[in-house]
Design a protein around this ligand. Sequence first.
Ligand code: TXA
Ligand code: MG
Length: 331
Amino acid sequence: MILPASETSLQRAVEALRSGLCVGLPTETVYGLAGDGLNPSAVARIFEIKKRPAFDPLILHVADPNGLSRVAASVPEQARLLIGHFWPGPLTVVLPRTPEVPDLVTSGLDTVAVRCPAHPVARRLLELFDGPLAAPSANLFGRLSPTTAGAVETELGAALALILDGGPCAMGIESTIIDCSEGKAVLLRHGAISLEDIEGVVGSVPISTDGEKIKAPGLLSHHYAPRTPLWLWEGSLGDGADWDDRTGILAWNRAPVHPGPVRVLTPDSDPRQAAANLFRQLRELDAAGVSRIVAESVPTAGLGRAIADRLHKASSGVIRSRNGVLQEIPR
Ligand code: TXA
Ligand code: MG
């Protein structure tokens, strides 16, 4: 059930959360599937609803930096700097955890991921709830993150007490995750804050290479995927590109001549606009009944990196043309 985010519906959401139920929550990145982050059975319900494997830890959402003291055992200097600069906002920091955090939240890791969202509805709910909310993106495991209340309703509506409608998400891709648990900041997931902006605050930040194995078992390589196979097209889609009408095309900034469905990520060549459109347009192409989706390469400066990362993780592989012959190279 989708409810406009009024004080009354926020109160209803708080009651549902206190009784261990889950609600759909708008944030500036994507919609979250929120439950009481300190109640193990509410957290278990999140895993169950998402069909998420228990080895993939959740992010705790807090109302403000004061909320950290309950869940983080310490906050190293670089984390402090990043939090001071980017909270509230789309930055998740990984920190040593306190014993109060249920094991299920962290999948048994001795660290916890925490973020303070900027969306006014999320902030108000956190304030009223007065405790951390665990909230993964409100999609089935491995699928596209929802950026509208309607997308949450379609995929998970039946399992949720209610969905607060806060409008379409402004950013459209998930938070950037920085591991500060060992002091020095390391990037675990590209996201809505670019690496350049992070480095502007703490200097050079290495990108985790073992993220998928050790640090973040959940940063799996097949993720964010539409049901329709998605292929990456090397290079740009010239007007001559010759796909049939069973192919849906996700173009960067210009629609090619094409008999099937086409979406253009950013007519203005603006990575922010592209990020905000990404998951919605992939959903639309997924619903269009095509047999595959072909995505044009995106420029990888700034936020483009996070977009390219998600397209890569959603893809079955790369298609390229060699001497006029199309080759599919599975990932
Ligand atoms: O923007 C966002 O971050 C959204 C909104 C709803 O806040 N949430 C989100 O959550 O993207 P989720 O669960 O879809 O992604 C959380 C990621 C997972 O890949 C998980 O592995 C990683 O965070 N993570 C959680 N706890 C971690 C930890 N202790 N160490 C390393 N990675 C962790
Ligand atoms: Mg997710």
